[in-house]
Ligand binder design. Sequence first.
Ligand code: GUN
Length: 279
Amino acid sequence: MPAKIIDGKAIASEIREDIKREVDAVKKEKGIIPGLAVVLVGEDPASQTYVRNKEKACQKVGMYSEVYRLPAETTQEKVLAVVDELNQNPKIHGILVQLPLPDHIDEKAVINAINPDKDVDGFHPVNVGKLYIGDPGFVPCTPNGVIELLERSGVAIKGKEAVVVGRSNIVGKPVAQLLLARHATVTICHSRTSDLASHTRRAEILVVATGRAKMITGDMVKEGAVVIDVGVNRVDGKLVGDVDFDAASQRASAITPVPGGVGPMTITMLLKNTLQAAQ
Ligand code: GUN
């Protein structure tokens, strides 16, 4: 039987309705308008699109937003000064510095400069540490979105064999922590894993975030698995995931499409974190 499609667009829009209601409530009860500042350095077209989408998403749920568009040659000192100003700005509850930054800017120095209480990306070492030890803090948006998709699709995580392919700080590592915190047995695989298929074939929950188009073939998926494809790759002008969707959906019990799976959840979780920061 072909897999059930996990509709990220529909789930994201449901959550955004809830967020909109909560934003209205915070405005009424506390007189606070949740505010997000996005800092974009340079003219990378993909980053420009992401930033525009974040701005629009804020408007739709009634949040306040500011975008700082800085030229590519902006010095690190200037970027740090902007971050510092935003740390002090009472209208701003969440700060996001769009990555990647130009090569002459030290990404870690910029992330470390963000007040952890405004770090809605969940990239500051304080929030990374909190996630690791299970304390409340800001959880990175895409990993948070993966967990929401599983939970809202009724997938039980506790006791499950979960395999994460990819070990980035933005997706692989935090997703593994979140699954572990929900009592899955977690394996993290990566580019140096020998016999990747022997691991993925054991997975009852398979999360793939490698940035390599269709690298997970149908035969690498366990019968009945839930497959979450975080990848977004452009092949011949078309967006495809890291999973061969057509083949994998013949074996999986549920699977996310690309586009329309994890993608719409990322900005939604950013809105959720910004609301949390304001509250
Ligand atoms: N660039 C690509 N994804 C992200 C993200 O989640 N946060 C930031 N700040 N930059 C990104």
